[in-house]
Design a protein around this ligand. Structure first.
Ligand code: URA
Length: 233
């Protein structure tokens, strides 16, 4: 069986779509193989492309804050992206992020599938629409999946997924109240994902104060999530 390191090396030479031509490098996932939870973002941004690590730029800082508020140690999860090369367009001196298209998402699905196959998380948190599209196809809408635990599969990987917003959506909030609300929603979804794992598999302790945050953030959401967790335990 291919190891995580072999996959990462192979992905470093990927030419499955044209994005490799303008990117500095492949940004593969990072974290513990065997982690119960994997977080899947969209694609590396400008900083990630330069540094070669996922979620180390502005969106990464939001994600770190949300994980921190959710009481989750980033070292306990696996962090990756649906697309492994930075897609960008030039605006003056800046490189501006461009959404990957369906062909690029499908081409890179090869790596996500292989990655989930070796990391074998029990639950995947889909951060935003592109991650959702990589898992469920182009009809995926964040609003229809946000905060819900659902069964899913990708290649040989089978498990639970929880949809939520992309961390950069917090930065795009219209005002500080909107940004705070988006952040609270992201935190609640992360807490809920963690709780699914702990109630279904007994792996983790979730502080009761954090459960309170999730219940306040989304009335009714935890009941639904716990029902799925119990059904799959
Ligand atoms: N946005 C993402 O989706 N992933 C990253 O790694 C950085 C920004």
């Amino acid at each position: 069986m291919t190891s995580w390191q072999e996959l990462r090396d192979e992905a470093g030479r990927c030419t499955r779509c044209d994005l490799y031509r303008r990117a500095t490098q492949t940004v593969f996932g990072e974290g513990r193989t065997g982690a119960s939870i994997a977080l899947v973002g969209e694609q590396p941004g400008d900083q990630e492309d330069k540094q070669g690590h996922p979620f180390v730029g502005p969106a990464g800082r939001i994600l770190d804050r949300a994980l921190d508020e959710a009481g989750i140690d980033r070292a306990d999860v696996y962090v990756t992206n649906a697309v492994k090369h930075f897609k960008w367009t030039e605006r003056g001196k800046r490189r501006i992020h461009q959404r990957p298209n369906g062909t690029e998402i499908r081409a890179c699905g090869f790596w996500l599938e292989a990655e989930l196959g070796v990391v074998r998380p029990r639950l995947v948190v889909l951060l935003g629409a592109v991650a959702g599209e990589a898992m469920f196809g182009s009809r995926y809408r964040v609003g229809e999946h946000k905060g819900k635990a659902e069964e899913a599969s990708l290649g040989s990987w089978q498990g639970l997924v929880v949809g939520t917003i992309h961390p950069s959506a917090v930065l795009r909030g219209p005002d500080s109240e909107g940004r705070d609300r988006a952040m609270a929603g992201l935190v609640a979804d992360l807490v809920a994902a963690w709780d699914v794992i702990s109630s279904a598999f007994g792996d983790h302790d979730v502080p009761s104060t954090l459960l309170g945050v999730a219940v306040l953030g989304y009335p009714g959401q935890l009941v639904e999530i716990e029902a799925v967790a119990l059904a799959s335990s």
